[in-house]
Structure formats: structure tokens, C-alpha cells
Design a protein around this ligand. Structure first.
Ligand code: DOR
Ligand code: ZN
Length: 420
């Protein structure tokens, strides 16, 4: 056999050294090398399966000033993320199969990483139509209002959950409770969308889901919320690595839903590390001009797809978390929840990888690839990948994007229709 690509002398997460032989985007063999069109020497790097970031807002369309599929997917790849799952709170929101298909076409034309698109969840949405058209999951479902999303009440959610459960899909939920007037500071914002309110919302929503429904809670920001959750839970790098006190009281760049919390709450979130199923970025870029308005009216959301795994890899280097836990939460678990083929080190696995050096560097927004050009993680420790393989192709090497095209991953509703 002549392979497309061989990753030579790769250090697998188990510590074993092996050559990974790839053809047609799939791992064919792990062991000794064969002849290949292209070889990557992995000596000195740790080889991780590409991350699946199951919560990004790639913008595009009329919001292309914030981000588009080319810049957003380049940012993903440069951070070791090889599959992104796009949220449906686009403008207009994705509520019909036609809109979903158009979104998939827009992504296909420009993306350099693998991608999937979720279906919007509102009462008038054609949920079954979007499921058949290839939606990956349902939501994020807004149980509280957020940027580009209206909040849904309990009875509406109950009805929508029943419809999605009947289809067999995963429901992903943004759970918060909102009170008071428009906040003027990060502390006000934390009060108006409190940690306690988030935990209450989680508990209430868990109670609305029919038994056996596949429920996933997005971006939980406190230990109490995680304890209240049923199903699978997601946490973001910003709630793990940032707290309010790291910013000026009215710094709009740190405004995000759910809000950044205080230091104690942030540490409490780390104490739940083992219960967190998925780390996802909630990459939600807004431009500096959009953020440069009074706090009360500033949009919520921060960029983060490129810095997610690098921040976690620095934590691995510092001995705070295990490499195995990072692989599980950034790649294998999200893939399993969604039914995306696993990237890894066994024959038949998806050939998506990122190679990480040992050295810790600091995040410098001027080196990142998102269109917005800023990062709330500026100056934090990180380990960025030197090489990234997408679908068996070298997509990114030593700071340079190479020729790459990402595949579309349809959801189970589309796949089961195809198999009939
Ligand atoms: O801060 C946020 N921004 N939270 C969300 O749930 C939506 C997101 C956005 O799309 O900007
Ligand atoms: Zn959200």
C-alpha cells in the first residue's frame, strides 16, 4: 500500500511511539511505516487527536464583519480544533431545512476544518425537516435571552423537548435566569445572571426533559450548576481560566453570557473537572468597535476557538490536569455525544491530529487568526500546535495555513435516512 500520509515517530498519549499510516482521511495502520506521498516527522511533539469544539458561533452571512467561515475555521485549525459545531443563532436564525442547507453550503465553500451545523429551537421551527436535512444537534436552545437568542418559557421548552426526543436528537441548552436592569459593570452582570440563577435554571430544565431524552447543558459556569445537571455538561475555557477581577469593572470585552464569575466560583468549577464531559469554546466574536460602547448596551460574547486547547495544554504541562482528560473532553466525548467518527490511533479512526511542542508560550492576540483581532486570554500561558492534520491532509504547519478543506459531518437524522 502507498499511503497518503505517514506521521512518523509519533508519541501517542499512552507514551508509546509509532508511525500512523493514513489513506483517504482514515487511519489504516499504527505501527511500522509504509511508503507515503507525504511524511511528517513527529519527533519531540505530543500527538493529540484533533479537537471537536461543539459550541462555536462562526457568524458569516450578514455578520461576516465579526467572523466568517474562512477566518473562524483557520482560527480553529491553528488551535488544534479540526471539527467545529456551529450554533443556529445566526441572522436569520436557522429554523427551516432551506436555511440549514444554505448555511452548510456557505460553510462548505470556505471552511478549512470539519464542521457540523445545529438546528435552531423555537416553536415555529421545522425541527423534523432540519433533522432530515443534516442538523447535528438541537440548539443551543435559549432558556434565557442572550445575544441573538430569545428566551423560551418552561411550557414551550417542554413541548420542544418532546418533539426532539421523538426524533432521537440531542438537545443542547443555554440555561440562565435573568433579573434586574441592564448591567453597567461586570459585577452587575454577574448579579443579573447569577450563578445561583443558573443552577436553578439547570434544575428546572432537567425536570422538563422526558425520561431518556439526550440532554446537554452548554457552558455551565459554577459547581452548583454542574451538580444540578442531568445528561452531559460542558464548560468553557473562559469560565475555567478567567474571572471578573482580571478585568476593569466595566471592560465590555469580558462581557459574556453566562458571565465571568469571581475567583472562588472559578476555582469551584475546576473542582468539578472530572464531572465535566466536554470543554467547548462558545467562540462568539464581536469586533472592537461593537464592544466599544457603554457596558449596558455592549454585545455579550468572546472569541476562543483558537486558544481553548492551547490553554488546556499549558495546564497539562504545569501538571494541573492529565493529558488523557484533555483528549477525552475536547475530542472523544464530544464526538461520542454527537455521533461524529472518532479521531485517534486505531485503524478506521478519523485522521485528524495536532502536534504540540513542550514549550509554554503566552497568548498574543496579534498572532491569532479570528477576524476580531483581540482575545480576553491575552498574556495567559498556552501551548499552540505546530502541525495540524485535517482529514489526513496537512492543513497547518509552523504558523502557515496550507491547502485544506473540511468535511461536513451530518447528524443522525440525515444518516439514518441515507441508510434506508
Ligand atoms: O455571550 C454569548 N454570546 N452567549 C451566548 O449564548 C450567545 C453568544 C453570541 O452568539 O454572541
Ligand atoms: Zn450560550
Amino acid at each position: 500500500m502507498i499511503a497518503d500520509l505517514v506521521l512518523r515517530n509519533a508519541t501517542l498519549p499512552t507514551g508509546r511511539r509509532a508511525d500512523i499510516v493514513v489513506a483517504d482521511g482514515i487511519v489504516r495502520h499504527v505501527g511500522a511505516a509504509v511508503r507515503a506521498d507525504e511524511t511528517v516527522d513527529c519527533t519531540g511533539y505530543t500527538c493529540l487527536p484533533g479537537a471537536v469544539d461543539m459550541h462555536v458561533h462562526m457568524r458569516g452571512g450578514v455578520q461576516a464583519g465579526k467572523e466568517d467561515w474562512r477566518t473562524g475555521s483557520t482560527s480553529a485549525v491553528a488551535g488544534g480544533v479540526t471539527v467545529v459545531v456551529d450554533q443556529p443563532n445566526t441572522v436569520p436564525p436557522l429554523t427551516t431545512p432551506e436555511l440549514l442547507r444554505a448555511r452548510i453550503r456557505e460553510a462548505e465553500e470556505r471552511t478549512v476544518c470539519g464542521f457540523a451545523v445545529n438546528a435552531g429551537v423555537v416553536p415555529e421551527a421545522d425541527l423534523a425537516g432540519m433533522w432530515g436535512a443534516g442538523a447535528m444537534a438541537f440548539g443551543e436552545t435559549f432558556a434565557a435571552p442572550s445575544s441573538y437568542g430569545e428566551g423560551l418559557d418552561a411550557e414551550t421548552l417542554r413541548g420542544l423537548f418532546a418533539r426532539i426526543h421523538a426524533l432521537g436528537g440531542v438537545v443542547t441548552v443555554h440555561a440562565e435566569e435573568v433579573s434586574g436592569r441592564a448591567p453597567a459593570t461586570l459585577a452587575d452582570h454577574d448579579l443579573a445572571r447569577s450563578g445561583g440563577g443558573e443552577a436553578r435554571a439547570v434544575q428546572k430544565i432537567a425536570g422538563l426533559a422526558p425520561a431518556g431524552m439526550r440532554l446537554h447543558f452548554c457552558h455551565l459556569s459554577t459547581a452548583a450548576s454542574i451538580e444540578a445537571a442531568r445528561g452531559t455538561v460542558e464548560a468553557t475555557p473562559h469560565h475555567l481560566f478567567l474571572s471578573r477581577r482580571m478585568f476593569d469593572p466595566d471592560d465590555t470585552r469580558a462581557r459574556v453570557n453566562p458571565p465571568l464569575r469571581d475567583e472562588e466560583t472559578r476555582r469551584g468549577l475546576w473542582s468539578c473537572w472530572d464531572r465535566i464531559d466536554v470543554v467547548a469554546s462558545d467562540h462568539a466574536p464581536h469586533t472592537i468597535p461593537e464592544k466599544s460602547v457603554p457596558f449596558e448596551t455592549a454585545p455579550s460574547g468572546i472569541p476562543g476557538v483558537e486558544t481553548m486547547v492551547p490553554l488546556l495544554m499549558a495546564a497539562v504541562q504545569r501538571g494541573r490536569i492529565t493529558l488523557a482528560s484533555v483528549i477525552e473532553k475536547t475530542s472523544w466525548k464530544p464526538a461520542a455525544i454527537l455521533g461524529i467518527p472518532r479521531a485517534g490511533f486505531e485503524p478506521g479512526n478519523r485522521a485528524d491530529y495536532a502536534l504540540y511542542p513542550d514549550e509554554i508560550t503566552r497568548i498574543d492576540a496579534s498572532h491569532l487568526h479570528a477576524k476580531c483581532g483581540w482575545s480576553p486570554f491575552e498574556g495567559l500561558d498556552a501551548v499552540f500546535p505546530e502541525e495540524v492534520i485535517v482529514g489526513g491532509t496537512r492543513a497547518y504547519a509552523h504558523g502557515e495555513l496550507r491547502e485544506a478543506h473540511g468535511a461536513w459531518y451530518p447528524g443522525q437524522g440525515y444518516l439514518s435516512r441515507e441508510n434506508k
